[in-house]
Design a protein around this ligand. Structure first.
Ligand code: ADP
Ligand code: GLC
Length: 491
């Protein structure tokens, strides 16, 4: 099975959020299932061919691509990753410095749509030059949404792609890539698709995500619950109607975890490795973490971790409105994140006013993210919506008890201790609140603090989480079955 995995993020080369983790973990698991996987990603300025040991692709050479009547010279670099003797992956980095030397992965620049339009065209042209026909183009989120229509419209003459199918994974339906309609006409995309309510049109704009939904054969999203949610007005981001028309090809597959990266037993970023049997060592990481954030080195006071993009999705408005109650509680926070000013300023003011209670780092720091998972007692994710969420799953493995809102993938992975206990079961692995209300969030934190006092119960909750298995093998097999469905129908 030949899979072209097309993505705008890939750990460790280019990461804004969970898509990068998924691109890495899923492709590795697919290759271990025997798939021939090639990953395609732009070569952003953060990726240095020399430092990252990329090879120039002579078999691709120079590709001339026309975007809005201007011609660009595009090249490709390549890197091969092998996991064992049997499985390897090739990563192709699409090189167009004009488009991708911008400092950040996503921009607000006027040509944001054109950057990723060029990327899709380049991916197709690279496949042509390699004479490599994927069975499935697995595209991800809006940046790759135009690929199917471009291929159908501009490259259908090439028999190489005669049997190629498309699978779109939606990681976040709120990011839609809606741009000015000129992009369609300037790039000879078929105007017949751009009319009110048509396949490319969304509120007067051309929508990359909508195009991806319309022209893909299968649409997946990253948890079963979110797959149901996006069919509703509340969570569909306006795409629910178009998704409903394709309901029978919409699937939810929960993201997995690459446990060779996120596992306290082997984590290369944490000072004290530990497992279920040596959970007592976790508190040593807590002391390191407190030191790192210049907080009092006190093992007893509960410590809540946050690692997040600081955007409205992540629900920190509940902390803003619940802050008076939170300040009354006996706990500390360590917060790592960056994003909108509103949230950065809020956390800054807390760290400034209560330096013994709030440790803050604004920025992106993978090593620190690992230390927070290892050293915190609890992990807070009060999201408004959460397609899957990875940090709560990492937290489970680190015995760091998640406190989450019951939405999207958070609802599929975290089981409320108290709720299960009322049913006579001791299988809860975290604390869950239902509605987007600061009172409910504060109550969930309070319940967690109450349980934390009973060391035996707390350990049970931690162990329940650590025993869960969300490894990619399980989820990759589900993707594999969907690819098979497409390919079998095909032949
Ligand atoms: P999303 O993709 O919506 O941001 P996820 O929970 O799926 O949320 O994935 C977030 C990923 O990004 C996790 O691997 C998390 O550790 C990482 N991450 C988010 N913010 C930071 C940060 N400031 N520093 C380091 N890692 C971060
Ligand atoms: C998105 C979602 C997040 C998900 C990630 C990877 O960024 O916000 O919930 O885990 O994609 O699929």
């Amino acid at each position: 099975m030949k899979i072209a995995f097309v993505t705008s993020e890939l750990d460790p080369y280019a990461k804004v959020g969970g898509l990068a983790d998924v691109a890495r973990g899923l492709t590795k698991a697919l290759s271990q299932l025997g798939c021939d996987v090639k990953i395609f990603i732009p070569r952003y300025s953060s990726i240095d061919p020399w430092r990252d040991e990329l090879r120039y692709c002579f078999d691709v050479n120079e590709i001339k691509i026309k975007i809005s009547e201007k011609e660009f010279s595009v090249h490709a670099f390549k890197k091969e990753l092998s996991f064992n003797r049997k499985s390897k992956i090739e990563i192709y980095f699409v090189d167009s410095p004009f488009h991708f030397d911008r400092g950040t992965i996503y921009t607000n620049d006027i040509d944001e749509g054109e950057r990723f339009l060029l990327f899709s065209k380049a991916v197709i042209e690279i496949c042509q030059r390699l004479k490599w026909a994927p069975d499935v183009f697995h595209i991800n989120d809006w940046p790759t949404g135009l690929l199917p229509i471009i291929l159908k419209q501009h490259y259908s003459w090439d028999l190489l792609f005669k049997n190629t199918k498309f699978l779109l994974t939606i990681h976040n339906i709120e990011y839609q890539g809606n741009f000015s309609p000129e992009l369609v006409f300037n790039n000879h995309l078929d105007g017949k698709y751009f009319y009110l309510g048509g396949p490319l049109e969304f509120h007067g704009k051309v929508s990359f995500l909508k195009a991806g939904i319309v022209f893909s054969d299968i649409i997946t999203t990253v948890s079963e619950n979110y797959a149901r949610e996006i069919l509703t007005h509340e969570f569909g981001g306006g795409m629910e109607q178009i998704l409903l028309t394709k309901k029978n090809v919409v699937y939810g597959i929960l993201n997995g975890v690459d446990y060779s990266e996120w596992n306290p037993k082997t984590d290369k970023y944490i000072p004290y490795k530990y497992s279920e049997k040596s959970l007592y060592r976790k508190s040593k990481n807590k002391i390191e973490l407190l030191k790192t954030f210049h907080l009092p080195e006190d093992k007893e006071t509960p410590l809540i971790g946050i690692v997040s993009r600081l955007v409205s999705q992540k629900g920190f408005d509940l902390m803003i409105s619940g802050i008076d109650e939170i300040l009354k509680m006996n706990l500390r926070f360590v917060i790592l994140g960056s994003g909108e000013n509103k949230y950065e300023d809020f956390f800054r003011s807390l760290a400034y006013s209560f330096p013994d209670k709030f440790g803050l780092k604004i920025g992106f720091d993978n090593q620190l993210a690992h230390l927070i998972e290892a050293g915190a007692d609890m992990f807070l994710m009060p999201s408004r919506y959460e397609p899957c969420g990875l940090n709560q799953i990492y937290s489970l493995k680190y015995g760091t008890v998640p406190i989450v809102r019951k939405t999207g993938g958070l609802a599929d992975t975290v089981k409320d201790w108290d709720y299960y206990q009322q049913l006579g079961l001791h299988s809860g692995n975290g604390f869950v609140f239902e509605n987007f209300s600061s009172q409910e969030m504060v109550d969930a934190i309070r319940r967690a603090l109450e349980r934390y006092k009973d060391k035996k119960i707390w350990k049970q909750i931690q162990l329940n989480g650590m025993k869960e298995n969300f490894s990619w093998d399980i989820s990759a097999r589900k993707y594999y079955d969907l690819y098979r469905k497409l390919v079998v129908v095909n032949n």
